[in-house]
Design a protein around this ligand. Structure first.
Ligand code: AMP
Ligand code: MG
Length: 536
């Protein structure tokens, strides 16, 4: 009998119901006809908990005093495998930057187990950075503190913003040092190793399905599709569990819808994923794999935080919705052989664009506090605002919060109107920027006031509604960098402060006003703040 104080309700259906790699040894290789390989996390010298998300722990039934125990970091660094855990790494492929890359797989992620949480939902507990797996290729299977802080904080920030995402239970230091060349420029250095325990109902990606198709392994593709629908989309099946072409088509339509919804959320909050390869798109429409992501500061639709993508900017902010559709197209190609007909899939792909633009329009109408939608009038208002935000170097997040304070009947003089937005302007040497602010922004604001006058909603009620959709606090790029630098010096307080602020991103939290300020000048082009790489 186990004496573990953890009382997990294990339900390891992935390993129990899907084909395993027959090879038990852990060395890099191609893995065929299997969804996963059994692998044990590499032992680490002195695991130490940096931070845990207490609400994630609570929903998993982990008592809060256990978070402070010595056992907790032992388990969530992978040093101690509890009875009932069956660790494994998942096999998948993917298109990277538009090119088929073959087998990728969990090169440094190891799933410890699946458990049923207190809401009856299956959750997979996954360690990121827990050592080599058969999918590590030439890399080390590890993760550093810098990128782990970013993943831990951002997954929690996204969740509290209402954006679908994988969660993060814990951030643990391993006690090891890991060699990383942050900008691949010959300046490698040792960094503290760390492990994040991620939590999600499923870590399956578009690439999980693609790999079988690329290998013409339709039998296993079919099995994985059936598994996914049965467990993650059970509402699509009738009592007989018939996997008809229509069921598969409805499944794909749903993946298109949740992916479109996810894109709308990213655009709403100003999030740029940075590496939207098909292995980084979740079948559940969750934000997954936080790497060189970033948050828009000045509204710049062409911005990408990922230095690896600096030239092509394939994954910049404004491209995300189309890239998601491109990825869905790859998924459709992957699942088509099982369905045997493509019309339904093609229809969903076509509908994606319409559905996305409708949802995007609604999202901006909400950001602007516009009711009783009047598309013909509102679309030009939205389009011209976005153009002005871009040309005027305006902070996106602060702008929409300030916009909620505009009073519809107030007669502002030029100066006082601009003063309302002074805190949203970035320093600019460009005369055109100043002119656009004084001229076009003001003109737009007057039009906006006219539009508001056409609706009954009071200023106070509009503000409440707008502030529910326009966050005050996001994980600004420089905020994580400050937390990382302190953590690297052994001070974890900033991570905890950020975690607590970002739990209430739509609230004013006056004591933390400075966390809502625009990017300070020192962070304009500092590595880690505006430039990130895949090195993590
Ligand atoms: P990404 O695009 O960062 O999600 O990763 C692409 C692929 O590289 C995935 O298969 C990862 O598992 C793998 N990978 C990234 N970093 C490492 C690492 N340090 N060790 C082993 N595999 C890695
Ligand atoms: Mg990935």
């Amino acid at each position: 009998m186990s004496t573990s104080p953890f009382s997990f309700n294990f339900n390891n259906r992935f390993v129990e119901q899907l084909p395993a790699d027959s090879e038990q040894k852990n060395y890099p290789r191609q893995v065929f006809e299997a969804c996963y390989s059994r692998v044990t996390p590499t032992k680490v010298s002195s695991p130490k908990l940096v931070c845990a998300a207490e609400d994630v722990a609570a929903s998993l039934g982990i008592p809060s005093d256990l978070l402070q125990s010595e056992l907790f970091p032992q388990v969530f660094s992978g040093n101690q495998i509890l009875d009932g855990m069956q660790p494994y790494a998942m096999c998948y492929g993917g298109h990277q930057f538009g090119h088929w890359a073959g087998q990728l797989g969990d090169g440094r992620a190891i799933n410890l187990a699946e458990v049923v949480d207190l809401h009856g939902q299956n959750q997979t507990l996954q360690l990121k950075g827990a050592g080599m797996t058969p999918y590590s290729r030439t890399a080390d299977g590890l993760a550093v503190l810098r990128s782990s802080v970013r993943e831990f904080l951002c997954s929690e920030a996204m969740f509290h913003l209402g954006v679908p995402t994988t969660r993060a239970l814990s951030l643990t230091l391993t006690g090891e040092q890991v060699m990383r060349d942050m900008f691949y420029d010959g300046h490698a250095k040792l960094e503290p190793g760390a492990i994040v325990c991620r939590v999600a109902p499923s870590f399956l990606r578009f690439g999980s399905f693609q790999l079988f198709t690329a290998r013409k392994d339709i039998a296993n593709l079919k099995q994985l599709m059936a598994f996914t629908i049965r467990h993650d989309f059970p509402h699509l099946l009738d009592q007989e569990e018939q996997f008809t072409p229509e069921v598969y088509e409805r499944w794909f339509a749903e993946v298109c819808r949740t992916t479109a919804e996810l894109m709308v959320h990213w655009m709403r909050v100003g999030f740029v994923h940075g590496v939207m390869n098909t292995d980084n798109l979740s079948i559940l429409g969750l934000t997954i794999d936080y790497g060189p992501y970033g948050w828009l500061e000045n509204y710049d639709p062409g911005w990408t935080p990922n230095t690896t993508d600096a030239r092509g900017k394939r994954y910049c902010y404004q491209n995300q919705p189309q890239i998601a559709q491109w990825n869905l197209f790859q998924l459709a190609n992957a699942i088509a052989p099982v369905i045997g007909q493509v019309e339904g899939l093609e229809k969903s792909l076509r509908d994606y664009a319409d559905k996305y633009s409708n949802m995007e329009h609604q999202m901006y109408a909400q950001k602007l506090g516009l009711l009783n939608q009047n598309d013909e009038q509102d679309q030009p208002l939205i389009t011209s605002l976005l153009d002005i935000l871009k040309r005027c170097e305006i902070d996106m997040t602060i702008f929409f919060r300030q916009l909620a304070t505009v009073e519809k009947m107030q007669t502002y003089d030029k100066k006082s109107f601009l003063t309302l937005f002074a805190d949203t302007f970035y320093d600019s040497q460009d005369d055109n920027v100043a002119t656009a602010r004084e001229d076009e922004l003001l003109k737009w604001l007057l039009k906006y006031q006219c539009r508001l006058q056409q609706q009954k909603l009071s200023d106070a009620d509009r503000k409440i509604q707008m502030n529910r959709t326009n966050p005050k606090f996001v994980l600004r790029n420089y905020l994580s960098q400050v937390a990382i630098e302190k953590a690297e010096a052994g001070d974890y307080t900033e991570i905890k402060t950020l975690l607590s602020i970002l739990k209430f991103p739509y609230d004013e939290q006056p004591e933390f006003e400075h966390y809502a300020q625009k990017r300070p000048e020192w962070a304009r082009s500092k590595p880690g703040c505006s430039m990130l790489s895949c090195s993590s």
